[in-house]
Design a binder for this molecule. Structure first.
Ligand SMILES: NC(=O)c1ccc[n+]([C@@H]2O[C@H](COP(=O)([O-])OP(=O)(O)OC[C@H]3O[C@@H](n4cnc5c(N)ncnc54)[C@H](O)[C@@H]3O)[C@@H](O)[C@H]2O)c1
Length: 271
């Protein structure tokens, strides 16, 4: 499948996801919700999938974008059958899958000497294995339907550095996402499927808010404020900072990009 020549398309056409169907894992809140929101705004039909209830997210997008076509479904990315059911649901609701966003992820904190085998497996199962299976199942559907698509993996600056203690499993999972992204790009490119990753720095989400409580309880102060103070751009990220880059990656603006990881980090990794 060749890369189309789009030099005569308008910017509006290049940015549009009109006619495309996207699935966002872990899309009920946080970064996933922000990605789903920008994709809906760009004209995609979106299936929000999450281990938690998706009703609130779906209703909020329907309120904001009126006739937006958004559905929700339950998904546990640590369960291959659940991922396959999510793919089926997307096809059943919207007829196809063009964009699959592996966003669902967890970041519990535990020192390496106390980290159990189960602690390790849980993070790797959700963050890495779930992304692999999601990509494989979505790509199989795209190839079977005879069209290309985009797989977008949410990595992290923890894919470039250790960052700090307590997250050996998380850091390993996110480093591996960069390798998975490259390998998928190599094998899926000939099928017209582009594979990219985005690597956010600290982003203010419900997941981070929960961790923040633990940070304060441990007497370590305000994680968000201290992180913001050391970033060149002077603040931590908000979910929409990541969503705008995700939209770029999924759109035809990025038509000749695959296999790479885009930092969305306010200068964090450059420090
Ligand atoms: N927030 C940050 O600072 C930050 C930085 C870099 C990377 N990331 C990555 O971004 C992604 C989203 O993070 P966030 O901060 O928005 O998290 P969050 O905890 O705020 O939201 C994560 C969503 O994923 C869902 N989820 C969790 N486990 C799931 C499972 N097994 N199956 C399906 N859904 C599941 C949750 O229910 C939730 O809706 C993660 O992959 C995370 O590693 C976050």
């Amino acid at each position: 499948m060749g890369v189309p020549d789009v030099k005569d398309e308008s910017l509006a056409e290049l940015m549009s996801l009109g006619g495309r169907v996207a699935v966002v894992t872990g899309g009920a809140v946080g970064i996933g919700y922000a990605i789903a929101r920008r994709m809906v705004q760009a004209g995609a039909r979106v299936l929000i999938s999450d281990i938690h209830d998706t009703d609130e997210a779906v209703q909020a997008l329907a309120r904001e974008f009126g006739d937006a076509q958004v559905k929700g479904t339950s998904l546990d990315v640590s369960d291959a059958e659940s991922i396959r059911a999510c793919v089926e649901r997307a096809v059943q609701e919207f007829g196809r899958i063009d964009i699959w966003v592996n966003n669902a992820g967890i970041y519990p904190s535990v020192p390496v000497l106390e980290m159990s085998d189960d602690d390790w497996d849980r993070v790797l199962d959700i963050n890495l294995r779930g992304s692999f299976i999601g990509a494989r199942e979505a790509a199989a559907r795209m190839v079977g339907a005879g069209h290309g698509g985009v797989i977008l993996n949410v990595a992290s600056t923890a894919g470039f550095k250790a960052g700090g203690p307590g997250v050996a499993h998380y850091v390993s999972s996110k480093h591996a996402i960069l390798g998975l992204t490259k390998s998928l790009a190599v094998e899926l490119g000939p099928h017209g499927i582009r594979v990219l990753a985005i690597a956010p720095t600290l982003i203010d989400t419900p997941g981070i808010a929960a961790g923040q409580e633990a940070f304060r309880a441990a007497g370590l102060g305000d994680l968000l404020d201290s992180y913001a103070a050391r970033l060149p751009l002077g603040r931590i990220g908000v979910p929409d900072d990541v969503a705008r880059v995700a939209l770029f990656c999924a759109s035809d603006l990025a038509l000749f990009m695959t296999g790479s990881t885009l930092l969305v980090d306010g200068g964090d990794v450059a420090l």
